[in-house]
Design a binder for this molecule. Structure first.
Ligand code: ZN
Ligand code: MN
Length: 142
């Protein structure tokens, strides 16, 4: 999963701030929000500002080093995994986990036929209650 050629790939300096933001995302499997990334980045670089984190996220996204995931109007989540994969999001606690559905490629063909679009990508999001929230039905909703 780790890619070692990011500096060559972006052809641009990965500043200390950008690198700190990238490392925060790569250390986590939980798809953090910009605010969560900011909190963790501050532990590495106490002087880093939210604006710098925000700009770094935009840079890393445009460089293809992280993926941004948007769900309606809730805060974007950031993903260290840039290869195609699918997600399950918990409607109870907001937990966002990865999975891979091999049948997605076939679904994309069918979806393209029905929509008459030229397909580029497909990403499935399963919504429901995670195993923890299923155990505690009174959990607070987000
Ligand atoms: Zn949950
Ligand atoms: Mn993911």
């Amino acid at each position: 999963m780790a890619k070692s050629t990011e500096s060559q790939k972006t052809g641009e300096k990965l500043t200390r701030q950008r690198d700190a933001v990238l490392q925060v995302i790569r250390e986590r499997a939980d798809h953090p929000t910009a605010n969560e990334i900011f909190q963790a980045a501050r532990l590495r670089l106490p002087t880093i500002s939210y604006a710098t984190v925000y700009n770094s996220l935009r840079f890393l996204k445009e460089a293809g080093l992280v993926h941004e995931i948007k769900f309606g109007d809730s805060a974007s989540r950031y993903d260290r995994e840039t290869d195609r994969h699918d997600h399950a999001i918990c409607t109870g606690c907001g937990k966002l986990v990865d999975f891979d559905l091999p049948q997605a490629a076939e679904l994309m063909v069918v979806a393209a036929r029905k929509s008459k679009f030229k397909p580029e990508s497909v990403h499935l999001t399963l919504r429901g209650l995670c195993p923890d929230c299923r155990k505690t039905p009174s959990s607070t909703r987000v």
